[in-house]
Design a protein around this ligand. Structure first.
Ligand code: ZN
Length: 129
């Protein structure tokens, strides 16, 4: 799955696209792994509410400020994005039951851009069990 991000940091809800991939695969029981091979973005699961999306980005800025001095910035300018990616992780695994992703009512799958805007790739691996 290709994603074109438009801001330096943003959370993009990819739940519908992951659900569509599961439906297209047509299996009843299994596992869906959503991952990204980049080092300055993440995959997370949480509630898609405007205030919370803003709070998550605010938390990342508080924990890992962009303008702090980092060793990696001697060769690049995005150490904060790498460190934020370390905190959030690069994949999410979800069960598939009765042909559907097992997600709670308030859970959405987000692609977290931490050093955009960029062209990104998300991998969706679906395994039948
Ligand atoms: Zn870098």
């Amino acid at each position: 799955m290709d994603i074109q991000t438009t801001k330096r940091t943003e959370l993009i809800d990819i739940t519908d696209r992951v659900r569509a991939a599961v439906k297209e695969r047509g299996i009843d029981e299994g596992l869906c792994v959503v991952s990204t091979r980049h080092t300055t973005c993440s995959i997370i699961i949480n509630e898609n509410e405007r205030g919370l999306r803003s709070d998550i980005l605010g938390m990342l800025e508080a924990l890992v400020p962009q303008d702090k001095s980092y060793a990696h910035n001697q060769i690049d300018s995005n150490a904060d994005a790498h460190l934020r990616s370390v905190l959030l992780g690069n994949s999410a695994a979800l069960p598939i039951e009765d042909g559907h992703l097992v997600l709670g009512t308030w859970q959405s799958i987000f692609f977290a851009e931490l050093d955009g805007p960029r062209n990104r790739t998300v991998n969706i691996k679906i395994i039948q069990s």
